[in-house]
Design a protein around this ligand. Structure first.
Ligand code: AVJ
Length: 319
């Protein structure tokens, strides 16, 4: 489906309800229960994530914004001004606005997000605010996107927020290779990565006092109830997040508070007390390791910007 109006075009590859059901049941029937973190982002989940980004404990968003703001001129001079910016996981598009502000030339913008309502709202707003900008909103799971629409000229993929950290190491390497294959020589990837730091800061960031992260995690069960005819009693599950030192990642789980059965449509799922559903990984990086990974995926030069406390980094990689 493709709707056209003024300077905005919409391409809809939203994952089907069937694929949500299939993945959920597969994950809940496996030995170690898991559900991929992309399913956290329905409309309610995306709104809850926006609330997370404003929490005092959740340093990544404000730190990345400060890096982008402070270095906007330098970053856009690396990225170039006449480019198509492809924004993976665009959400509210707040971060890309900093770049678009610096890019005075007319360019085009392609936000890609799995959460349709959120995507359309922010894409329409950007299109209205920038009448000369060509906006193509793509509703899709960007890990499954086979290719991008053809655009003449330079393309830069913007992948902020350390969302790359959701990938397990092998998947992350595959993703970088795939991105690199989507790009021509001279195109680029501008990526935000969360850096390794004290466990205390990390644990606090995913266990905020006001319980917003818990609500974000538990919303996944509510979503299953709503969309897949589930009967999770969310008072019998609890948010559980911690830094896994060996794996270098924050893990988010939903822990069953008792032995119980849950039905999803016709399917019956058994939980033992303290058994968990693994709902997210959030890897924390050191720059040397990531730069090596990028080199091995076909990227050449890179520039790095960080904050004074080295909490977060923004990296421009050129193919
Ligand atoms: C949007 C995936 C980068 O991993 O920090 C925030 C999501 N999960 N709090 C992250 C999230 C719990 C976030 N990413």
């Amino acid at each position: 489906m493709s709707i056209t109006s003024k300077n905005i075009q919409i391409l809809d590859f939203q994952p089907s309800l069937g694929s949500f059901r299939t993945e959920v049941l597969m994950g809940l029937k496996s030995e170690k229960k898991y559900i991929d973190s992309k399913w956290l982002y329905d409309e309610a989940g995306s709104a809850l994530f926006e609330n997370i980004t404003a929490l005092p404990e959740y340093y990544p968003t404000r730190t990345e914004l400060s890096i982008l703001l402070k270095n906007a001129k330098e970053i856009t001079s690396c990225v170039g001004e006449q480019v198509t910016l492809v924004d993976f996981g665009s959400g509210s598009s707040e971060k890309v606005k900093i770049l678009l502000n610096e890019m005075k030339q007319s360019i085009s913008y392609m936000p890609v997000d799995i959460s349709k309502e959120f995507l359309l709202e922010s894409a329409k707003q950007i299109a209205n605010e920038n009448p000369k900008l060509n906006v193509t909103a793509i509703c899709a799971d960007y890990t499954k996107l086979p290719d991008l629409p053809f655009v003449p000229g330079k393309k830069v993929i913007f992948f902020p927020g350390s969302t790359f950290g959701n990938f397990e190491v092998k998947k992350g390497k595959e993703f970088l290779k795939r991105i690199s294959n989507m790009l021509k020589v001279g195109d680029g990837l501008l990526i935000g990565l969360d850096l390794k730091k004290s466990h205390q800061i990390l644990n606090r960031a995913y266990n905020d006092d006001s319980g917003v992260t818990a609500a974000f995690n538990l919303n996944l069960l509510k979503r299953i109830n709503r969309e897949l005819d589930g009967n999770f009693d969310i008072t019998r599950f609890e948010h559980f997040a911690f830094f896994n030192e060996k794996q270098e990642r924050v893990e988010m789980h939903l822990k069953s508070l008792q032995d119980q059965f849950v039905t999803i449509g016709e399917d019956l799922i058994e939980f033992r007390k303290n058994e968990t559903i693994h709902t997210e990984n959030s890897y924390k990086f050191d720059l040397e390791t990531f730069e090596l990974m990028a080199k091995n995926s076909g990227f050449k030069n890179h520039s790095v910007w960080t904050d004074p406390d080295s909490l977060f980094s923004v990296i421009y990689l050129e193919k």
